[in-house]
Design a binder for this molecule. Structure first.
Ligand SMILES: [Zn+2]
Length: 79
């Protein structure tokens, strides 16, 4: 029984970590009431290639995305 418990612990920790990861990603998604879209800034892609020197940010838009619990924020497209 003890062997099972020791084996099970890392699995449980890994599962929790993936849940936290998913939550963090979701928190970056905001909802724009102007165009009725969810959107987020892609921090990774915004740092690629010429995007930094051009001060160009990459955004993703999600149509028909569940808006429950999302922050209301006007997206860069509507500003
Ligand atoms: Zn918008």
């Amino acid at each position: 029984m003890l062997e099972d418990w020791v084996f099970g612990e890392p699995t449980t920790k890994g599962y929790d970590a993936s849940k936290v990861e998913g939550k963090r990603t979701d928190e970056n998604i905001k909802y724009c009431e102007q165009c009725d879209c969810c959107w987020e800034l892609d921090k990774y892609l915004s740092k690629q290639g010429n995007n930094i020197s051009l001060k160009r940010n990459i955004y993703h838009y999600y149509e028909d995305f569940p808006t429950y619990g999302k922050k209301r924020e006007i997206c860069p497209r509507c500003k």
